[in-house]
Design a protein around this ligand. Sequence first.
Ligand SMILES: [Zn+2]
Length: 428
Amino acid sequence: MHDLIIRNVNLVDGRCGQDVLIGAGRIVAVGPALDATASGTLDGGGNLLSPPFIDAHFHMDSTLTYGMPRVNQSGTLLEGIALWGELKPTLVQDAIVERALAYCDWAVAKGLLAIRSHVDVCDSRLLAVEALLDVRARVKPYLDLQLVAFPQDGLLRTPGTLANLRRALALGVDVVGGIPHFERTMADGAESVRILCELAADEGRLVDMHCDETDDPLSRHIETLAFWTQRLGLQGRVTGSHLTSMHSMDNDYVSKLIPLIRDAQVGVVANPLINITLQGRRDTYPKRRGMTRVPELMAAGVDVAFGHDCVMDPWYALGSADMLEVASMGLHVGQMTSAAGMRSAFDAVTVNPARILHLDGYGIAPGCRADAVLLQAHDPTEAIRLRAARIAVIRAGKIIAESPASAAMLHIEGRPSRVDWTHRPNRT
Ligand SMILES: [Zn+2]
C-alpha cells in the first residue's frame, strides 16, 4: 500500500489529467488514471501540481526587522547596510531564531520549501550564524535551508572578516559568499573574489556572491568572478547574485561578458522586487530599472533564478514569501511578456534555482522527492497571473499546509454567480 495518490492534476510540462503516486517519501509513478491504491487520496481537480518553489537568494537573519531601530529614509542599498550596522550590536539570538521560524512558516504556507539564505559573518560573535544553524536543523523536516557565509561589510574592508567567514564554514555554513562591489576599491573587490574562490576550491564549496549591486556600469566584478570560476575549475558551482550594474553597462562590453558567464557556467540570481526599488535612486528621469539582463542571459543559456532577497527588513518593507509575486515582478521588469517569457519566469522560481542550489531529486517524476505544491491554476502562466492559491503543500508525501481555493460570489443585478478567474481564449 502506498502513502498518497494525487488524482487528476496538470503538470508544468503541459501534460493534463495525470495521477501521481507517492510512497516512502518519493514519487513512485506518474501517469493518467493510475491503477493503484494508497492510504490517502487528494483530488487535484485539474489544477497544476508543481514541484515546490525555491528562493535562491534571501537574508533570513534580517527578516521581519522592519523599523528596527528606524526605517530606511533614502531607500538605498547603502542606507540599508548602515541601518543593519546599527541594528547588529543589539541583536539577540533567540529573537533571530523566532523571526526566522515565523518566516519559514510563511514560506511553507506559500509552497516555498527550499531557501538559500545569506548570513552575515562580520559580527565576531557569529550570533546570526549560530541562530540560523539552529533554524536550519529545526526546519529540516519541512524546508531545505542552505546558508551562505556573507561578509556584509566587506571581506577586506573589515578586519577579521576572513577569519570569521572561515569559522562560519567550520561551524557548518554551506556556501562561500562575498560582496566585491562594497570593498573600498575595484582592486580590493577583485582581490576578494580571488581569495573567496580559492577558499571555495580548497574546501569543495559552492560560491554565491553579491556582485555589482550598483548602477555604476564600470562595476565589473562578475567578469572577475567568471574568470576565477574557470581558472579554478569551479564551473557549475558559482552564482553571481544581483549583477545590477549590467543593466547600465555598454552593450558592446555585455556582448563579450554574457558568453563568458555562460562558458564559466556561472548561475545568476536577479532580485526584482528589491532591485526595482533600491536601484536608480540617484537618477532623476529617465530612471533606470536596476534589474540585470534576465531575458538576454536566459537566451544565452545561463541558469537565471529570481530571488526574494528581503522581507520586511532595512532594505525592503514588503513581501510575504510568495515566489509567484517575485516571478510576476521579474516578468514585468524584464518585459518577458511573450508566452515563452512568462513560462520562463515560472522556471526562475522552480527548476532554475533547483540547479543553482544543487538540490537532489527535484521534480514531479518517478524517483523524485515527493515535495510539491498544488496550485489553483491550470498552467504556470496562470499561476503567476493569479498568484494562485496554494491548495495543498506536500513534503515527503505528507500534506503540510492547505489553503482554501480563492472564490467570490457576486450578488449583482439579481443574478447570484460565482466568479471564475480562469480565462482561456485560445482553447477550443
Ligand atoms: Zn542579498
